[in-house]
Design a protein around this ligand. Structure first.
Ligand code: M6R
Length: 357
């Protein structure tokens, strides 16, 4: 039930801090340590390469998940769009392990890949929000998101839950390999939950950003570098699916290779700038688009911000910023859709779970 909320999407955005705390609790053992079923950790350690398969928002979570697993557990990862896997099947390693990320557990494109790789005799983990769903039943192992039912077509809390479960999987695997802890993850996820709460309390700010940047535009661009680039892809998908604004997310460095030709007077460019190593690079890109008339909206992180930035998220661990920087994008999309009189929870032409290939 959406209670006093006008839309499920807004309710589900607001639930994210609670979901974070629930995930911490569900994945903690009696000693307060994060744990994952030993069988799953063994499968991770036996693999020489991990193949993440997913669609839409879950694919975007996979792109960030690759960074978590490679940086923390040091296992190579490839991320594939499920509908493409059959045609563009990568050369598989000797001991592949498949991870399917799917909120609903019913996405036909992803299921087709699962059927195929099971036939080939490989092991698969499904990360899903729905216990007993098709992909959960047909995989060898399941990791649950514990996000509660997600009703709005636009995925919000499932995305951040997917990231949280992926980072827990990565860190627990790292620990099992005798690696030094990269951070106190329980603490860091708690900090994330608090930061999410701060952002959920700033809705008016996002409403006015949406009004200023997106009420009367035909298109919008999301740019980022490094992990911020992946968050930009998710921001663009969110905006286009519920507000019908043509939106594109791309790597800041790619601007000069084509997309900059589309920038004209007033084009909204939303830059995500939460990573120290690319901070100057992305700001250089903002200058380039502003020089061509773009209307810039810069989402940066405390400690890395410059004067004139549009919105500054609270400071969180640098690897984990996508869990937080996506909230402004979700809220901006929500208000853009609202201002444009769109059906936020049930956008045209879309279904919550896509059960046909
Ligand atoms: O249930 P799944 O995670 O497998 O769904 C995948 C996509 O259909 C889904 O993420 C879709 O892109 C959302 N509507 C995005 O908000």
């Amino acid at each position: 039930e959406k209670g006093t909320y006008p839309h499920y999407m807004l309710k589900e955005i607001d639930e994210q801090p609670l979901v974070m705390r629930k995930i911490i609790q569900k994945y903690q053992n009696d000693n307060g340590e994060l744990t994952i079923d030993q069988e799953i950790i063994t499968a991770m350690n036996e693999a020489d390469r991990i193949y993440i398969i997913a669609a839409g928002t879950s694919y975007h979570a996979g792109l960030v998940g690759k960074q978590f697993i490679e940086k923390l557990a040091k296992i190579p990862v490839e991320v594939h769009i499920s509908s493409e896997f059959g045609y563009n099947m990568p050369m598989l390693s000797e001991k592949p392990l498949f991870i399917f990320i799917t909120q609903s557990g019913e996405t036909a494109d992803s299921r087709a890949v699962l059927v195929q790789v099971k036939e080939m005799g490989y092991k698969a983990i499904t990360i899903t929000n729905v216990q007993g769903s098709t992909l959960s039943r047909e995989a060898d192992y399941t990791l649950l998101l514990h996000a509660g039912p997600e009703i709005a077509v636009a995925s919000t809390k499932a995305y951040t839950a997917q990231l949280a479960v992926l980072v827990i999987l990565a860190e627990v695997t790292a620990k099992s390999r005798g690696m030094e802890p990269n951070f106190n993850l329980v603490r860091e996820l708690g900090i994330i939950a608090n930061a999410m709460e701060v952002l959920c309390d700033e809705k008016e700010e996002f409403e006015s950003i949406a009004r200023e940047f997106l009420t009367v535009t035909r298109n919008a661009f999301f740019i980022g570098r490094g992990i911020d680039f992946y968050v930009g892809l998710e921001g663009a998908l969110k905006l286009k699916e519920i507000s019908y604004i043509q939106a594109e997310g791309f790597a800041g460095g790619e601007l000069k290779h084509g997309t900059i030709a589309l920038i004209e007077e007033g084009t909204p460019v939303i830059a995500i700038a939460t990573q120290e190593i690319v901070n100057l690079g992305i700001r250089g890109n903002v200058k380039e688009v502003v020089a061509r008339g773009a209307n810039p909206c810069i989402i940066s992180m405390k400690g890395l911000e410059f004067e004139g930035d549009t919105f500054i998220i609270p400071e969180v661990h640098e690897l984990l910023t996508p869990l937080v920087s996506v909230l402004p994008l979700q809220l901006i999309s929500y208000y853009a859709a609202l201002h444009r009189d769109c059906d936020v929870d049930k956008p045209r032409n879309l279904a919550k779970s896509v059960t046909v290939e």
